[in-house]
Design a protein around this ligand. Structure first.
Ligand code: GLN
Length: 446
């Protein structure tokens, strides 16, 4: 009731929720009380959370921020949703997001932009801006989110909260609406690393229904939180402090690194020489996969359908023309072009080769260091419209986050200071399946 009250009172300002599931939440809370009384409850029993509106929820509309799915009510729960439900967590509702998770500012949502609670003239980041703003405004203690190129870490940074993108394959993608399947990964957002650890304990699982899910036991992510950082080797990539990085952001990140030295860690300058190729490779691979994934929205099976189609071709063309927004169309056009006969080798295959080089940079770096640190995002939250008309400027928002998705590595963002009263995020990148260490490193700083 506390959180539902805050949502009612405050979300008119932020627009972070697309759907609030008040009745179901109150019923689940009553059931959680009983479970608690019986002594059989888990740590998340009765804890309110929110799900990004990309996770399918049985009987509750799942829009993915798009007109295309404005009327879509899934007949099943995503594995992630199911995991939280079985743990006794209470779902307050579904959070706003960029359309089909394409964006870095939440300006592409069919339901209107989310406002950053620190400054409502500024974007919350994207695409998980609704989840980030809802946690930042204390409308929910925690939320689920997804990260294809930075969509957990960048909004976490811009809203001053903690967010973690796990290793690819750690969290099931089943029932999570696909954007770029080889990059998409779900993860938690919360105020602290400790809360993220509690969330990830429930969120991570092996799932035979997701063919890229990894069959590996889920450790207790809270177990290592208290470990000392004495002797920890932190790699600081010189490419992550390049031109284009805002000076206040750089200072906040350098101050955080100095704090880590005081905690006993050692800083080592490293190089990730193919970093400059991450954004170009991503903007071939992600749109290519998106163009294939989004071909299912044809007005026949489910979702939006245009009025009075003349014939099948008209049905496809008008359904997709009317149902998708500009950014989604831009990605489908780029992706279909890159995959077409004659261009596949020059663009898609080449991008996959570059992807392998980017991954190798990290594999080499992790032979020398335990974690890698740098800024999450090149600048703090920016004003609405500042980058909206310039797709390339928007794409550069993810310059420090995209490489980890291409490599399949885990990454997180932790608040590390303010510039002009706007939050700055420190990015922590770990080796494969080192989420426990990353959470430890983040927790010791917090
Ligand atoms: N901003 C990036 C994009 O627009 C990443 C989005 C995401 O991680 N879902 O594709």
């Amino acid at each position: 009731q506390h959180f539902l009250g805050r949502i009612k009172a405050m979300d008119g300002q932020y627009n972070s929720f697309v759907t609030v599931t008040e009745d179901a939440a109150l019923a689940k809370a009553a059931a959680a009380d009983q479970l608690r009384a019986s002594g059989n409850s888990t740590v998340l029993c009765g804890v309110p959370i929110a799900h990004k509106d990309i996770f399918c929820t049985n009987g509750v509309r799942t829009s993915c921020g798009s007109k295309m799915l404005d009327n879509f009510v899934p007949p099943y729960d995503a594995t992630v949703v199911d995991n939280f439900s079985r743990a006794g967590a209470i779902v307050l509702g579904k959070t706003n997001m960029d359309e089909f998770a394409m964006g870095s500012s939440n300006e592409t949502s069919y339901y209107g932009p989310v406002k950053n609670p620190w400054d409502t003239n500024c974007v919350p980041g994207g695409s998980s801006g609704g989840s980030a703003a809802a946690v930042a405004a204390r409308l929910t203690p925690a939320a689920t989110a997804t990260d294809t190129g930075g969509s957990i870490r960048q909004p976490a940074a811009l809203c001053g909260i903690t967010g973690l993108k796990p290793t690819y394959g750690r969290v099931s993608r089943w029932g999570m609406i696909a954007f770029a399947s080889s990059l998409d990964q779900g993860g938690p957002m919360a105020r602290t690393a400790e809360d993220c650890a509690l969330m990830l304990n429930t969120m991570a699982s092996f799932d035979p229904r997701d063919s890229t899910s990894i069959d590996r036991p889920v450790p207790d992510y809270t177990a290592e939180l208290q470990n000392s950082l004495q002797g920890l080797k932190i790699g600081v990539p010189k490419e992550y402090f390049s031109e284009g990085l805002d000076s206040g952001t750089e200072q906040a990140v350098r101050d955080a690194l100095a704090e880590y030295e005081k905690l006993g860690a050692q800083l080592l300058e490293i190089s990730l020489p193919h970093s400059h190729l991450a954004v170009p490779a991503y903007y071939v691979i992600a749109p290519a996969e998106a163009s294939a994934n989004l071909s299912r929205f044809d007005g026949v099976r489910y979702g939006y359908r245009c009025e009075d189609p003349k014939d099948l071709r008209d049905l496809y063309m008008r359904t997709r023309g009317e149902g998708f927004g500009d950014e989604v169309k831009r990605r489908i056009l780029v992706g279909a072009y890159c995959l077409s006969a004659g261009y596949y080798d020059a663009y898609y295959r080449k991008a996959q080769q570059v992807r392998r080089l980017i991954k190798q940079d990290f594999v080499d770096a992790f032979k020398e260091v335990d974690v890698i640190m740098g800024p999450t995002s090149p600048s703090p939250a920016f004003a609405f419209g500042a980058k909206g008309n310039d797709p390339v400027a928007m794409y550069l928002e993810d310059i420090y986050t995209i490489a980890t998705n291409l490599a399949g590595l885990p990454g997180m963002s932790v608040p590390c200071g303010l510039v002009d009263n706007k939050p700055v995020g420190l990015q922590i990148i770990g080796d494969y399946f080192d989420e426990g260490l990353m959470l430890n490193v983040a927790h010791q700083f917090q």
